[in-house]
Design a protein around this ligand. Structure first.
Ligand SMILES: [Zn+2]
Length: 139
């Protein structure tokens, strides 16, 4: 990720939440932290990239990260999940887009955004022409 910039790190927030849960702070419940919706869990199972860590809540080794991309230059691809390899290619194909890295455990539904950053070569381009999707064809 040679073009990585404007990184925002949310791992301090992660540590605070987990510490509050361990101390049984009333405002932080496991239900609040483990609330991944079914779509997020399904995305984690099918598109998640493995991590070296166990889930901080249930110790599962199925903890994964998802990388969502956002940006006006991405056109219809904004909001999609991309692999690290795809992001490597995209940083020379797009001027600027933001990546949000989300950690998800499919077993206990823990989820947390750990960081976000901007990638791209800085060259402003028009968004790609809209491609027909399955939804366009079949409604
Ligand atoms: Zn878990």
């Amino acid at each position: 990720m040679w073009s990585k910039r404007q990184e925002v790190d949310y791992t301090l927030r992660r540590r605070e939440l987990l510490a509050a849960l361990r101390r049984r702070v009333r405002t932080v419940s496991r239900e609040d932290l483990c609330d991944a919706d079914p779509i997020l869990v399904r995305s984690a199972v099918h598109h998640g990239e493995e991590t070296d860590e166990a889930c901080p809540i249930c110790r599962s080794d199925r903890l994964v990260t998802l990388r969502y991309v956002f940006g006006s230059q991405l056109g219809q691809y904004s909001g999609r999940i991309k692999s690290t390899a795809e992001l490597d290619e995209m940083q020379t194909e797009f001027g600027e887009f933001r990546v949000c890295v989300v950690e998800v455990c499919p077993d206990c539904r823990w989820n947390h955004m750990n960081s976000s950053y901007v990638l791209g070569d800085g060259v402003t381009r028009r968004p790609p022409r809209r491609q027909k999707t399955v939804e366009d064809i079949y409604g």
